[in-house]
Design a binder for this molecule. Sequence first.
Ligand SMILES: Cc1ncc(COP(=O)(O)O)c(C=O)c1O
Length: 418
Amino acid sequence: MKYSRFGQKFTSESGIVNLMEDLGEALNVNPDIIFMGGGNPAKIPAMESLFAEKLQQVIDDDEARHKLLGVYQSPQGDEVFCELAAKLLNEEFGWPISAKNIGISNGSQSAFFVLFNMFAGEFSDGSHKTIQLPLAPEYLGYADVGLSENFFKATRPTIELLENREFKYHVDFDQLVVDDSTGALCVSRPTNPTGNVLSDEEIAKLDKIARAKGIPLIIDAAYGTPFPSIIFEDVTPHWNDNTIVVLSLSKLGLPGARTGIVVANEEIIKDFSNINSLTCLSSGNLGPAIAKPLFVDGEVLRASREIVKPFYRQRAKLAADAFREAMGDLPFYIHKPEGAIFLWLWFKDLPITCQLLYQRLKAKGVLVAAGHHCFVGLDEDWQHRHECIRVTYCLDEKILYQGVELIADEVRKAYAGE
Ligand SMILES: Cc1ncc(COP(=O)(O)O)c(C=O)c1O
């Protein structure tokens, strides 16, 4: 059977598909694997009970149950949920928005597919535009969503070495090229894979550049504020009518509900909803049904700040301390954990590639994410991209420690030339 270009492009090797296969195998087929690779949020019992309680209320209510199971939502998404989300963002951050600025998607991943292809790719005048990722490395899930080739461009960051074996990437504005072939800028804040949080100053500069070019700045806030609030730095959330902020219920603990929330100007939301209807008729009801009561009285904010954030902050510290101890004096660094659910480890001058390290670790029963996949859109070869791995710390503590020991052992062997 022959596939179209679309069919060929979307069935070929892809980092995110491999990662999701690893995830599926570890979580569903072979649970003995120490799975430090994927982006599944941790199981936080207090959050699960909260969701269960809200879901039970929906199930027990005739009308609400029918709305959950028996109706298609309107293209933009559950109206009440859009109202509540707008109100929350308005009250929390003073963003001048209404329900018309909110669009619901089946997970934020599908929102990125639509948004990126709205702003980049082939244009009717024959030109081709790209999505610029100003701070490589970026979320590997972006890598293959473009309908055309050469869809992303990225800028190599500067590296600041910090105390305590830490380092931090910064946007290198001297190298950032935004020209007529740029369709939009996109950053995840906090960043998957590194846990970096772009400073207010960096965001203000990117905003200025985007406005000057008349292109949107897309901010992926899957881990950000106001929920799930897995952000350990005190930074200001940013939105204006040239910015598209994409939120998600996944990292709050609801990845199974597949709910993304797009916040943009009314025109973009209208067009986004149009495409959403074409591709999936309407978004699922489960996420909004569970989240609505949490949004009514701001409980989602309390839970994010008092349960979710402290949980991940404590885990990040525990994992970073464990790696520092296990690695001893090996030349390794951790990206400063400022948010999200991962540690990004850099093994300076590692004699083997991170892909080979990934394979060796897999053979030992530990799955990590090889870092080179995350330098989406960065064409130049850069040794650094083969020296990093991403590990999640959303594991049971005991298993996390076992994983850290196995990784340290394998890395030590690699430096010893074994
Ligand atoms: C930075 C980032 N953006 C978007 C997503 C997509 O999440 P979802 O489709 O579950 O909302 C993820 C998932 O891991 C992510 O890490």
